[in-house]
Design a protein around this ligand. Structure first.
Ligand SMILES: CC(C)(COP(=O)(O)OP(=O)(O)OC[C@H]1O[C@@H](n2cnc3c(N)ncnc32)[C@H](O)[C@@H]1OP(=O)(O)O)[C@@H](O)C(=O)NCCC(=O)NCCS
Length: 138
């Protein structure tokens, strides 16, 4: 299987929402309003970096990053289709982000089960409190 990596931000909304559904982040329909589905790639278009992985014309992985391009950068929405996981695609997507701003701090939020995956990519747990106002969309 040959995987191609791209860095365009305008990922197709239908394939993107299907990828999110496939990793369990949404079912692609019930929780999604038409407005959300139609704007599914908007967070990607407005991110600093977007990398995607393709098997021919099938979107199989994505990641986006917000960065000030110098000091602080954060990873969001790393996802790889289940049938394509454990082949190095997720790691490669993260590495591609870090390579653009290698001197920046890189941060992300994850679940305990994924901590070792990110530690393998050089991340360390930071015990500083993280404060937030929850997203109103989901
Ligand atoms: C997290 C996620 C993006 C990882 O993507 P991935 O493509 O499977 O990542 P990789 O293949 O680079 O690495 C995953 C594991 O496979 C291993 N691996 C990589 N290439 C491999 C290969 N050729 N053969 C066997 N194992 C391999 C890696 O060592 C890694 O092991 P670890 O989890 O014990 O550290 C993917 O599991 C996913 O989409 N999960 C659901 C969404 C999610 O949780 N995203 C992260 C939110 S913060």
């Amino acid at each position: 299987m040959s995987i191609t990596y791209k860095n365009n931000k305008d990922l197709p909304c239908d394939q993107l929402s299907a990828l999110f559904a496939a990793v369990g982040w949404s079912d692609g329909t019930k929780e999604m309003t038409p407005e959300m589905l139609a704007n599914f790639n908007k967070p990607f278009i407005h991110s600093t970096l977007v990398f995607s992985a393709w098997d021919e014309d099938k979107l199989v992985g994505c990641v986006r990053a917000l960065s000030d391009t110098m000091f602080r950068s954060a990873i969001f929405d790393l996802a790889v289709l289940p049938g394509y996981q454990k082949q190095g695609i997720g790691s490669e997507l993260v590495r591609k982000c870090i390579a653009v701003y290698p001197n920046s701090e890189w941060s992300l939020e994850t679940i305990p089960e994924k901590v070792s995956f990110y530690e393998g990519l050089g991340f360390e747990i930071n015990n500083s409190p993280m404060l937030r106002i929850p997203c109103k969309w989901f």
